[in-house]
Design a protein around this ligand. Structure first.
Ligand code: C2E
Ligand code: CA
Ligand code: CA
Ligand code: CA
Length: 277
C-alpha cells in the first residue's frame, strides 16, 4: 500500500523517462540517417514573377524515416540543432546539392540553388571552408549557391556578421529568410549587406484578405524597396497574391502556385517542360 502522492510521483517519473527515451532514440535514428547519407534534398522553384521563368530553387532537406514516412524538417532540424548534428546535416545537404547541380546546370547554366543555414553554421567560419572545398571539388561557381540565413540565425551568433560578409566576398548571394518575423529590429540591415529579402509566408498569406494584419505586407515590401534589395515572396499560393506582388514591385516568388518542393529528377523535368513552353 503506497500513498497517492508516491504513486503519482512514480507515474510522472516513468512518463518522463519514456519521453526522454523516445526522443533520444529519434536522435539516434537521425544521427544514423545522416551518417548513412539517407537524407534527401527536394527542390522548390523560385520564379521571376513577371515572366514565371524559374531563376533558382530552394534546397529543402527531407528524411525518409521508413517506407512512405517522411519526418518533417520542422521536427528534425531543431532536433539536429539541439544534438550537435546540424553541421553534419548542413554538410550533407551541401554535398547532395552539389551532386545534383552537375545535371541541373547542364540544363540551365544560370540557375542557383539556395541552402538553409542554422545559427550554428554562422557561429564559426568552418562552413565557409567546407563550402569552398566542396565547390572546388565539383567545379561549381559560388554564384550558383546562395545562402539563406534567418534573423534568428545571426542574432545568436556574434560572428554571423563576419561570416555573412565572408560568404558574400566569396561570391555567394545571401538571402535573409523569413524576413519580418525576427525579433531583431532592422538595425542589422545597416550593419552589414545582404542581397535578397525573402518575405515570410505569414505576410503573403494576408494579402488580399480582410485580416487585421493585412496592412503589414505593404510595409515589409516598402522596407525592401527603400533598402534597394531584391525580394522573394514565400508561400505564394494564388494568382491574386502573385498579381499583388507584381503590382508592388516584388520581382520573385516561391510557392505552391509555381511548384511544390520536388526530388531532383522531378525538378529536372520541370525545367525541361519550361524550356519547351
Ligand atoms: P523555410 O526555410 O521557411 O522553408 C519554406 C517552407 O515553406 C518549406 O517547408 C516549404 O515546403 C514551405 N512552402 C513553400 N511554399 C509553400 C506554399 O505555397 N504553401 C505552404 N503551405 N508551404 C509552402 P519545409 O520543406 O517543410 O521546411 C520547413 C523548414 O525547415 C524550413 O523553413 C527551414 O527552416 C527548415 N529546413 C528545411 N531544409 C533545411 C536545411 O537543409 N537546413 C536547415 N538548417 N533547415 C532546413
Ligand atoms: Ca529557407
Ligand atoms: Ca522561409
Ligand atoms: Ca519559415
Amino acid at each position: 500500500w503506497l500513498p497517492v502522492g508516491v504513486v503519482l510521483g512514480l507515474a510522472i517519473a516513468a512518463g518522463l523517462l519514456m519521453y526522454i527515451r523516445s526522443r533520444s532514440s529519434l536522435v539516434g535514428q537521425l544521427r544514423y540517417a545522416i551518417r548513412r547519407r539517407q537524407l534527401q534534398v527536394h527542390y522548390q522553384p523560385i520564379v521571376d514573377l513577371a515572366t514565371r521563368r524559374c531563376i533558382g530553387a530552394e534546397a529543402l532537406v527531407r528524411w525518409p524515416q521508413a517506407r512512405d514516412v517522411m519526418v518533417r524538417p520542422d521536427v528534425f532540424v531543431p532536433l539536429a540543432e539541439d544534438n550537435q548534428l546540424i553541421q553534419p546535416l548542413t554538410d550533407l545537404v551541401l554535398d547532395l546539392v552539389c551532386k545534383d547541380m552537375a545535371t541541373l546546370l547542364q540544363l540551365r547554366s544560370d540557375l542557383y540553388v539556395s541552402i538553409n543555414l542554422a545559427a550554428i553554421d554562422l557561429s564559426t567560419d568552418r562552413f565557409c571552408a567546407v563550402l569552398k572545398r566542396t565547390l572546388a571539388a565539383c567545379s561549381i561557381e559560388p554564384q550558383r549557391i546562395a545562402i539563406e540565413a534567418t534573423e534568428r540565425g545571426f542574432m545568436h551568433a556574434q560572428t554571423a556578421v563576419g561570416i555573412i560578409q565572408q560568404l558574400r566576398q566569396m561570391g555567394h548571394r545571401v538571402l535573409i529568410d523569413d524576413f519580418g518575423t525576427g525579433y531583431s529590429g532592422l538595425s542589422y540591415l545597416q550593419t552589414f549587406q545582404v542581397d535578397v529579402l525573402k518575405i515570410d509566408k505569414s505576410f503573403i498569406d494576408t494579402v488580399g484578405t480582410e485580416a487585421a494584419t493585412a496592412s503589414v505586407a505593404p510595409h515589409i515590401v516598402e522596407i525592401g524597396h527603400s533598402l534597394h534589395l531584391k525580394m522573394i515572396a514565400e508561400g505564394v499560393e494564388s494568382e491574386a497574391q502573385a498579381a499583388w506582388l507584381v503590382a508592388h514591385g516584388v520581382q520573385s516568388g516561391q510557392g505552391w502556385l509555381f511548384g511544390k518542393p520536388m526530388p531532383a529528377q522531378a525538378f529536372l523535368d520541370y525545367l525541361n517542360n519550361e524550356r519547351q513552353r
